[in-house]
Design a protein around this ligand. Structure first.
Ligand SMILES: [Zn+2]
Length: 398
């Protein structure tokens, strides 16, 4: 509905930064950009022909937190599939998924939440579930030194790789010397940050590049160690896409192989434009959420985990939504369960199962209006989501 559109791209990070289009919506629809092609329906995320069927479930009986009116009902949350919780704003989606369902599972696992909502009983195939993870958009680390590579543990392998180089072994350098979190190899003037915060009293803080290391975060003897022509700082400066190519070239090296395997998960969730050393402090909420997702995907652990997301597509382009859906698919392939709260029709049509709350918000919400597959919600007269989804499917000629 915008009067004027500026479309940036073509992709993200170093692969973006150009103006692909500027003008009215009608003109955009005739242009050939990613945004235009998604808006016009030229590119669309394919809808699965068959919804994945489920047998196992967790059931919550008697939820009555906030506006929920489910005292006499048992709501089944399917396992092994992709479930989307829908409904207008204020209909009770977060209350049901977070305050009740998540809290009930945390209670079951013996780690109760302070904000647990009221419900009578949790039942079903609880014995099949080993963990539950609520993946929010909070920052991934308090320290400004945490970054995508440290969060998914690829940095541990990189430190190991540098410490195993001949010159490092000769100088008795250990993996810890290549860490910016502990004393030893890091620059102590900036404590491995590369920048120094100057407290300006009544004005905003300013940041200066550290004089001692010139922003390179490590001591000189550490920066002298190189692996295939790159030192540890060069690695931090690479984008994840560049790092994948770089480490992948070392085909015989097992540690390099591990690094590539972990970094590929950041690529999978669409974050390969980030720099390896990008401080987590400047990541957006959506980026933080996807890094957490990449971490869980990279784990070798195959115990059934229920993953919960609250509006994971907030701020995402259609192109990124496609990637996010692939990542959800991978989690389910690995034997997990994914449940999300979503308004976005691109996500809702992908659901194996929908739990629709409403009919309206606030006091007029809190009921389960529909439970079932997307093909059936469009026939449900009482559901706003159903009506909206029907229009969406028609408009894009699915
Ligand atoms: Zn320094």
């Amino acid at each position: 509905n915008a009067d004027f559109i500026v479309d940036m791209g073509p992709y993200a990070g170093q692969f973006g930064g150009e103006i692909m289009f500027a003008g009215t919506k009608d003109a955009l629809l005739k242009a050939n950009t990613l945004t235009a092609n998604y808006l016009s329906g030229k590119i669309k995320i394919p809808i699965p022909k068959m919804r994945k069927k489920w047998n196992n479930f967790i059931a919550v009986t008697g939820a009555k937190e906030h506006n929920l009116k489910l005292e006499k009902q048992t709501i089944k949350f399917p396992l092994d599939v992709f479930t989307v919780i829908t409904g207008v704003s204020g209909s009770g989606k977060s209350t049901l998924l977070n305050n009740v369902f998540y809290a009930a599972l945390m209670n079951y696992f013996g780690t109760p939440l302070s904000y647990a909502g009221k419900y009578a009983k949790i039942s079903g195939d609880l014995n099949l579930i080993k963990h539950v993870e609520y993946i929010d958009q909070k920052p991934i680390g308090k320290s400004s030194r945490s970054n995508p590579a440290t969060y998914i543990k690829a940095w541990d392998d990189i430190r190991l790789l540098f410490a195993s180089q001949k010159a490092a072994r000769f100088n008795r350098l250990k993996p810890a010397h290549f860490s910016f979190n502990v004393e030893g190899g890091r620059c102590e003037t900036c404590k491995g940050d590369g920048i120094i915060k100057i407290d300006m009293q009544f004005m905003a803080d300013i940041y200066l590049v550290c004089d001692a290391c010139e922003g390179k975060r490590f001591k000189n003897n550490i920066l002298e160690i190189s692996y295939r022509g790159k030192n540890i700082f060069d690695i931090l400066e690479m984008t994840i896409a560049e790092a994948i190519i770089f480490f992948n070239e070392d085909t015989e090296n097992k540690i390099a192989g591990n690094i590539v395997r972990k970094l590929k998960y950041l690529e999978l969730v669409g974050l390969d434009y980030l720099h390896m050393g990008q401080s987590s402090a400047i990541l957006s909420g959506g980026e933080s959420q996807r890094i957490k997702l990449a971490f869980f995907l990279s784990r070798e652990n195959n115990e059934h985990t229920i993953f919960l997301f609250d509006e994971p597509t907030t701020g995402l382009h259609f192109y990124d939504i496609g990637k996010l859906l692939k990542a959800f698919g991978k989690l389910i392939e690995k034997g997990n369960t994914v449940m999300v709260i979503e308004h976005n029709p691109e996500i809702i049509v992908q659901a194996d199962w929908i739990i629709d709350l409403g009919p309206d918000g606030g006091n007029n919400g809190g009921e389960v209006v529909f439970q079932g597959e997307p093909e059936d919600i469009i026939k449900c007269k009482k559901s706003y989501t159903g009506k909206y989804l029907k229009d969406f499917l028609k408009k894009y000629r699915y």
